[in-house]
Design a protein around this ligand. Structure first.
Ligand code: ZN
Length: 118
């Protein structure tokens, strides 16, 4: 992070308007070569939170990861290491939610089964 690229990242874009303002700033930095796009990474089959594009700052060497907002997903623009940690946290949260959903379904199924057998 430096004044040439971005002084801080975005852990999410609360509105599409804010994402558009960010995109305009990003575009200016690309035009002035303050950020350079890295070869596109393949995101096919990956979760929505996976970064779709990486950029590198020629001034400080920071690698930035961009994930665009998509419906309920708020996206992010973060240094790659921070983005990876953020993604890992989200994946764990997602797994816990799924396990909780399965536990509730098993609990409800058992309750209904118990009610029928009573
Ligand atoms: Zn920089």
């Amino acid at each position: 992070m430096c004044p040439s690229c971005f002084s801080s990242g975005f852990a999410g874009f609360p509105s599409y308007w804010e994402f558009e303002a960010f995109e305009a700033e990003l575009h200016q930095k690309l035009v002035h070569r303050q950020l350079l796009p890295l070869p596109r990474i393949l995101t096919q089959g990956l979760a929505v939170m996976a970064p779709e594009q990486l950029y590198q700052c020629p001034n400080c060497g920071e690698t930035w990861a961009l994930s665009s907002p998509d419906n309920a997903w708020r996206g992010y623009f973060l240094p790659l290491a921070v983005a990876n940690a953020y993604n890992s946290k989200l994946i764990v949260k997602d797994r816990i939610k799924r396990l909780a959903g399965v536990a509730v379904a098993i609990g409800a199924g058992s309750f209904i089964h118990w009610q029928i057998l009573k």
